[in-house]
Design a protein around this ligand. Structure first.
Ligand SMILES: NC(=O)c1ccc[n+]([C@@H]2O[C@H](COP(=O)([O-])OP(=O)(O)OC[C@H]3O[C@@H](n4cnc5c(N)ncnc54)[C@H](OP(=O)(O)O)[C@@H]3O)[C@@H](O)[C@H]2O)c1
Length: 241
C-alpha cells in the first residue's frame, strides 16, 4: 500500500491527480478547507481515501494535518503540494502559496524518508522568464512572485532533503478545470496525467530539483537564477531557513 498525501486534493489539479492514483493499492489523504467539497471528493475517489479539513496557512491547520497523518500512517511515499489560491494580497500569497508548503514539508519530513515531493507550479515560460522580484503590488506581480518563489522552494528543498533520500520536483499541470478563478472554471480539461507519471515512471526515480512541463518533459531552468544560493537568500526573507 502506498501512502500519498495531496494538499488541495479536493478540487482542480489536486483532485485530478488523486483520481489518477486512487485504487486498491493506494491510501490517499487529501486536504482542503471546505468540508463539503472534501466529503464529495472522497465519495468520488472511493475506498482507502481520507479527507482532512485544515487551513494550511494557519498553525492550527498545520497541527490538525500533521497530527492526523502521524496517527494514521507510519510513512508517506509521496506528498503532492497542490493547495493554492489566486491571492488577493501579498500576505495571502506568502502564507498560502509559499509558507504553508514549507511548513507541511517541515512537519512531515520524518515520515517522508525515501519518498517523493511534487510541487504544482505553473506555465514553463513564465517560470523561466519572470524575474525574481519581491514587489507584489499587482495581480500579475503576485502571480510572477508565486511561480518564481515556488520554484526557488523546489530548488531549496531538493538540495536540503537529499540526505534523507527525498526527491523534490515541480511541474506545470496544464490548463485544468478548477475552482481557482473564473478562467479555470471555464476550462474543460479535467485530467492531469503528468502527476502520476512523475510519481511512478521508473526512469525518473532519482530525479530531483527538476521542473517538468505537462507532458513530463524537463524544462531547463537558468542555473544562476534558480541556484541553491539564490533560493536560500531569497526565501530566508519569508521562511525560517
Ligand atoms: N488550474 C490550472 O489551470 C492551473 C494551472 C497552473 C497552475 N495551477 C496551480 O495548481 C494549484 C491548484 O490550483 P487549482 O487550479 O487546482 O485550484 P482549486 O480547484 O481552487 O484547488 C485548490 C485546492 O487548494 C485547497 N486550498 C486552498 N487554500 C488552502 C489552504 N489555505 N489550506 C488548505 N487547502 C487549501 C482548496 O481547498 P478549499 O477550496 O477547500 O480551500 C483546493 O482543494 C495552484 O497552486 C495553482 O496555481 C493551476
Amino acid at each position: 500500500m502506498k501512502n500519498i498525501l495531496i494538499t488541495g486534493g479536493t478540487s482542480g489539479v489536486g483532485f485530478a491527480i488523486a483520481q489518477s492514483l486512487a485504487g486498491p493499492r493506494t491510501h490517499l489523504i487529501i486536504v482542503g478547507r471546505n468540508q463539503s467539497k472534501g466529503l464529495s471528493a472522497i465519495d468520488a475517489l472511493g475506498p482507502n481515501t481520507a479527507f482532512v479539513s485544515a487551513d494550511l496557512s494557519t498553525a492550527a491547520g498545520l497541527t490538525i494535518l500533521t497530527d492526523f497523518v502521524k496517527s494514521n500512517v507510519d510513512h508517506l511515499d509521496a506528498l503532492v503540494l497542490s493547495a493554492g489560491v489566486m491571492p488577493i494580497d501579498q500576505d495571502q500569497n506568502i502564507q498560502t502559496n509559499l509558507v504553508s508548503h514549507f511548513n507541511v514539508v517541515t512537519g512531515l519530513k520524518p515520515l517522508l524518508t525515501g519518498g517523493k515531493i511534487l510541487l504544482v507550479t505553473g506555465n514553463p515560460q513564465a517560470v523561466q522568464r519572470m524575474p525574481i522580484c519581491e514587489m507584489q503590488n499587482t495581480q500579475v506581480a503576485r502571480a510572477g512572485w508565486l511561480l518564481t518563489h515556488k520554484t526557488l522552494l523546489m530548488v531549496y528543498l531538493a538540495a536540503t532533503l537529499e540526505d534523507q533520500n527525498i526527491t523534490v520536483n515541480s511541474f506545470f499541470p496544464g490548463d485544468v478545470h478548477s475552482d481557482l478563478m473564473p478562467y479555470t472554471r471555464s476550462l474543460t480539461k479535467t485530467a492531469v496525467p503528468v502527476g502520476k507519471y512523475l510519481l511512478t515512471e521508473p526512469s525518473l526515480a532519482s530525479a530531483t530539483g527538476t521542473f517538468f512541463d505537462d507532458q513530463g518533459q524537463v524544462v531547463p531552468l537558468n542555473p544562476r537564477k534558480y541556484s541553491l544560493a539564490e533560493a536560500t537568500k531569497v526565501l530566508s526573507q519569508y521562511l525560517p531557513i
